[in-house]
Design a protein around this ligand. Structure first.
Ligand SMILES: *Cc1c(COP(=O)(O)O)cnc(C)c1O
Length: 481
C-alpha cells in the first residue's frame, strides 16, 4: 500500500468543491416532461466531484479490501477459493436473470430443469436419494434439516427432544438445534479431536432425535468412526445429520450416504463455486435419504411427461422455507461447476485441498504446534508455540502482522476448544508458490516475535487502521472508515 493511499482518508463529501461536475446532461425536453410536483425544489446534497476524482476515490477505497482476487485468503472453515469466471458468466445469462419469480412453470422450464438435474447430480455425488436447494445459507440448510427430523418423529409418533452435538461441530449446529426447539447435548472430543464412542453410547437414549456431525470436523479431522457412529445411532432410532459445508475435503473421494448419513447440507458458496463474504448470498442445499423425502420443503421440482413443474401438493412437507427459486444465481454457478467436472476431477479437488493443508501444517508444525498430530483434511489448526506465548505473543498479534505482509489473516480463536487457535484453510486452488510464500512469512513473523515482540504486538504497521476495539467497531461502526 503506497503512502498516497495510506493517508488519503477523506470522504467524497469532504472532497467536494462547489461547481465540480462529471458528465453534464443537457436535456431540456427531459426536464419539460417531469411533472412539476415531482421535480426537485432544491439541489440534491451530493458531493460535487469531477468524474476523475470520483473514479480515483472509489478505486482507492476498493484497494483497502483484502479479497480472494488480490490476496491469499486462508480463512479456516470458509473455503475462500478461486471461483472460475465462466460460472459468473453462466449465472448472468439474460434468460436466467430476466426470469420473473412468479413465472408459470411452462415459462421457467430451463431454470426448473437445472434445479432438477442439480438435485440428481448432487445426490449421486453424495450417495443420497433426494434434495432441496431452497435454503439460502448453510445454517438455513441445517435448520431445514432439523425441521425434517422433527416432522419425521412427529409422523412416526416418537417424542424425542434431544440433539447430540460434539464440541468439534461447527457453531451453527448447536444454534440450529436450539432454534428448532431441541435440547442440545454437547459431548467432548477425545484428545485426538474425535468423537469418543463410549461417551456417545452413554448419551444415546430414547430421547435422542439427531446427532449432528460436522465432517470433517472443525479441527479439520475426518471422523474415523463415522460408520460406527451411524450404526449406533440408527440402532437407537436416532437420525444422523452431517454438516457437509466443507465437502471440498471429501468430494469425489467418498459418499456420505454410503456410511449411513440420513441428511446433510452442502454449502454451494464454499464447495460449489460462489464467491462469498460479507454474509451472502449463499445456498445450503439439503440432501436426504428416502425415508425423509416426503417431508422436504414445498414446492418440489418434479418431472412429468418430459415437462418440469413445481409440485405444491405434498401433504407431509414441512412447508415453504424460501420464496420462489432460492438464490438462483448461486445455484446456477453450482450447476456450471457440476457440469464442468467429471468424477475424477472432483476427487482431485479434494486431494489438492487435503494436500495443501497438510503441506502448510507440516512446514509450520515445528514453530506453530498443531492441535493434532494426525493428518488433517482441508484445514489445519495451529497455535503459537510456548516460546512465543512466554513473550506474551497472542494469535491475534500474528494475524495482524500477516496483514502487513499482504495476507488475509486465517480464522483465529476458532474452533473454541483450541486455546489460541489459528485455523488455516489454504483451499485446493492455491499454488505451491503461494503456499511457500505464506510459510516463509509465518517463519519470518515467528522470528520477529521472538526478537522484537513489542513490534509484533503493535501490528499492523502499514494498514490504514491499527488495532480496533472489535466489539465497539461492530456495534458502533465509524462509517468514515
Ligand atoms: C460455513 C459453515 C457453516 C455455515 O454456513 P453459512 O452459509 O455461513 O450459514 C456451517 N457449518 C460449517 C462446517 C461451515 O464451515
Amino acid at each position: 500500500m503506497n503512502d498516497i493511499m495510506k493517508f488519503d482518508n477523506e470522504l467524497s463529501i469532504e472532497k467536494s468543491r462547489t461547481g465540480k461536475r462529471g458528465l453534464h446532461f443537457n436535456c431540456p425536453s427531459c426536464q419539460a416532461n417531469i411533472p412539476l410536483e415531482a421535480a426537485r425544489k432544491s439541489e440534491p446534497k451530493l458531493p460535487q466531484l469531477s468524474e476523475f476524482d470520483a473514479v480515483r476515490h472509489f478505486t482507492r477505497l476498493s484497494k483497502y479490501n483484502f479479497s480472494v482476487d488480490t490476496h491469499f485468503y486462508p480463512l479456516g472453515s470458509c473455503t475462500m477459493k478461486y471461483n472460475p469466471r465462466i460460472n459468473e458468466e453462466v449465472s448472468s445469462l439474460e434468460g436466467f436473470t430476466s426470469l420473473h419469480p412468479m413465472s408459470l412453470d411452462e415459462n421457467s422450464q430451463g431454470t426448473l430443469e437445472i434445479i432438477y438435474d442439480a438435485h440428481q447430480r448432487l445426490c449421486e455425488l453424495c450417495g443420497m436419494d433426494d434434495a432441496t436447494l431452497w435454503p439460502v445459507a448453510g445454517a438455513h440448510g441445517e435448520y431445514t434439516g432439523i425441521l425434517l427430523a422433527k416432522k419425521h418423529f412427529s409422523v412416526i409418533g416418537e417424542e424425542r427432544d434431544e440433539i447430540i452435538v460434539p464440541d468439534s461441530a461447527h457453531g451453527t449446529n448447536p444454534a440450529t438445534a436450539s432454534m428448532a426447539g431441541f435440547k442440545t447435548i454437547n459431548i467432548q472430543s477425545t484428545p485426538e479431536g474425535l468423537l469418543d464412542i463410549e461417551t456417545l453410547k452413554k448419551h444415546l437414549n430414547s430421547k435422542t432425535a439427531v446427532i449432528m456431525m460436522t465432517v470433517p470436523n472443525t479441527l479439520g479431522i475426518f471422523e474415523k468412526n463415522i460408520k460406527t457412529i451411524c450404526e449406533l445411532s440408527h440402532k437407537n432410532g436416532t437420525l444422523v445429520y452431517m454438516d457437509g459445508a466443507n465437502l471440498n475435503a471429501l468430494i469425489g473421494l467418498i459418499k456420505p450416504g454410503d456410511f449411513g448419513i440420513d441428511m446433510m447440507h452442502l454449502n454451494m458458496h464454499k464447495t460449489f463455486s460462489t464467491p462469498h463474504g460479507g454474509g451472502g448470498p449463499g445456498a445450503g442445499g439439503i440432501l436426504v435419504k428416502k425415508k425423509l423425502s416426503p417431508y422436504l420443503p414445498k414446492p418440489k421440482v418434479e418431472k412429468k411427461d418430459g415437462k418440469y413443474f413445481l409440485n405444491e401438493n405434498l401433504p407431509l412437507s414441512i412447508g415453504r422455507i424460501k420464496s420462489h427459486f432460492g438464490n438462483t444465481q448461486v445455484l446456477l454457478r453450482a450447476y456450471a461447476y457440476l457440469l464442468k467436472h467429471g468424477p475424477k476431477e472432483f476427487a482431485e479437488i479434494a486431494e489438492n485441498a487435503i494436500l495443501n493443508a497438510n503441506y502448510v501444517k507440516s512446514a509450520l508444525e515445528n514453530l506453530f504446534p498443531p492441535y493434532s498430530k494426525e493428518y488433517c483434511m482441508h484445514e489445519c489448526v495451529l497455535a503459537p508455540s510456548k516460546e512465543l506465548a512466554d513473550k506474551g505473543i497472542k494469535t491475534l498479534d500474528i494475524a495482524k502482522r500477516l496483514l502487513d505482509y499482504g495476507f488475509h489473516a486465517p480464522t483465529v480463536y476458532f474452533p473454541l476448544i483450541v486455546h489460541e487457535a489459528i485455523m488455516i484453510e489454504p483451499t485446493e486452488t492455491e499454488s505451491k508458490e503461494t503456499l511457500d510464500s505464506f510459510i516463509e512469512t509465518m517463519r519470518k513473523i515467528n522470528e520477529e516475535a521472538l526478537n522484537n515482540p513489542e513490534f509484533v504486538k503493535n501490528a499492523p504497521h502499514t494498514m490504514p487502521v491499527k488495532r480496533l476495539d472489535e466489539v465497539l467497531a461492530a456495534r458502533q461502526p465509524n462509517i468514515k472508515w
